[in-house]
Design a protein around this ligand. Structure first.
Ligand SMILES: [Zn+2]
Length: 111
């Protein structure tokens, strides 16, 4: 595997690890909310439901990002990574480093 690919592979792996850590933290806070609901009044219950909804939205965001990162990882393994899915040009390195899941070059992104 090219050095450039190894660099992106490490980047994606560390982002996936971070997501796993956040998942674990998110599960803990959702658990706490469930316990709280049994012992608190109506207003606190609304608060608890709101933070639970927020935790669930964050979970969905993480799940989406995880799927994108995994798809990016298989593009890396198939050597398809780094090329625009529309025109086939190379995607700018700086953009890939900032966010490795991008699949289009700036020209195609702007339409
Ligand atoms: Zn393009």
């Amino acid at each position: 595997m090219e050095a450039k690919f190894v660099k992106y592979k490490k980047l994606i792996e560390s982002q996936l690890e971070n997501l796993d850590l956040e998942d674990a933290l998110g599960r803990d806070s959702q658990k706490t909310v469930e316990l709280d609901q049994q012992s608190v009044g109506r207003l606190s219950r609304i608060d608890a439901l709101q933070s639970q909804a927020m935790a669930q939205a964050q979970q969905r965001r993480r799940n989406n990002l995880k799927a994108l990162l995994q798809a990016t990882m298989s593009r890396l393994n198939n050597k398809e990574f780094g090329y625009c899915e529309d025109c086939g040009d190379e995607i700018e390195d700086a953009r890939l480093l900032a966010n490795p899941v991008v699949t289009k070059c700036m020209t195609c992104l702007r339409g």
